[in-house]
Design a protein around this ligand. Structure first.
Ligand code: URA
Length: 300
């Protein structure tokens, strides 16, 4: 009875609550998504969320520069959905399904709708929403990071947290704004507790980011950190060896020059390495300023 409760009882209850919260944090549940609990493993609703944005043809290299920044054209956030398929099918089959779906997208808007409706990646069950892209589709530079964090999960856009703010300052140092680039991640849903995405999660989402790159048609791809670099270029080197070296990523429409850089989240922890990032940013600036290479196959 409440009247019989002592200070010691109150303290014990408080300790038990704190221990419970600590346990949730240790399990990766570090964000309250809603007032009411959700059963993420309940029967999935059929995907009825229509793409509210008209599908537009994939951006052409020149016309693309005039596109609106991504934040101005975003779809509304969706409610998280349950995922029976991710739990029941072998990862190879899910990845093959993702490849088939990604191949059907003829524009970034279509691809976003396809990814939004895809329930083959378990990360979708724990993420608040999809963080598909930010910046301007079709920009000359596309940056790819690893995975959304808590802030990105809340906002539904990549790189909006502290690492994203540093990224904005890094871009500004070479005269670029967020609207001058297009930004995405290897996986578009936040892994719980910001853990590293598993190889299966990466393999399942890979067809989507590859198609996103193809449809955005950047002149230059910047991979931020080792996971994005290794996943997209296939090299095994760590980021300290890979950074600043021009690599090639083969796309459907030819080779894309690719520059690995240190991840801004790493630079927040290791500020002395900003000088290396500065070197790489200057290399990016030089590449953007250089006259485009002659297309030797074109008739004179
Ligand atoms: N780190 C990433 O790799 N991506 C984000 O979107 C945010 C932080």
């Amino acid at each position: 009875m409440a009247a019989d409760r002592t200070d010691a009882d109150e303290a014990r209850d408080r300790d038990a609550l704190v221990a419970l919260i600590d346990w949730h944090l240790a399990m990766g549940a570090d964000l309250a998504l809603d007032e009411a609990p959700h059963d993420r493993f309940a029967e999935a609703e059929p995907d009825t969320a229509p793409a509210t944005r008209a599908a537009s043809p994939g951006p052409q290299p020149s016309a693309a520069r005039d596109q609106k920044p991504y934040a101005e054209t975003r779809l509304p956030a969706e409610a998280p959905r349950a995922l029976p398929r991710a739990a029941t099918l072998p990862p190879d089959e899910v990845a093959a399904d993702a490849r088939a779906r990604a191949a059907t997208a003829t524009s970034l808007a279509e691809l976003e709708a396809i990814v939004r409706a895809f329930d083959g990646c378990a990360l979708k069950a724990t993420a608040k929403q999809l963080a598909f892209a930010d910046g301007t589709p079709g920009a000359r530079v596309m940056l790819v990071g690893e995975a959304p964090g808590a802030e990105e999960d809340r906002a539904g856009r990549p790189f909006v947290g502290r690492a994203g703010q540093l990224l904005d300052r890094m871009l500004a140092a070479i005269g670029l704004s967020r609207a001058d680039v297009y930004i995405a991640n290897i996986v578009p849903w936040r892994p719980p507790g910001n853990r590293t995405p598993t190889p299966q999660e990466v393999a399942i989402c890979l067809p989507f980011i590859r198609r996103q790159i193809e449809l955005s048609r950047p002149e230059i791809l910047v991979t931020l950190g080792a996971p994005a670099t290794q996943t997209l270029t296939g090299i095994k080197d760590g980021i300290m060896r890979a950074r600043g070296r021009w690599l090639a990523v083969e796309g459907e429409r030819g080779t894309i020059r690719t520059l690995p850089m240190l991840h801004p989240a790493y630079l927040l922890r290791q500020p002395l390495h900003k000088r290396l990032a500065w070197r790489d940013l200057r290399a990016l600036r030089r590449a953007l300023d250089a006259p485009p290479e002659l297309d030797r196959s074109a008739p004179v």
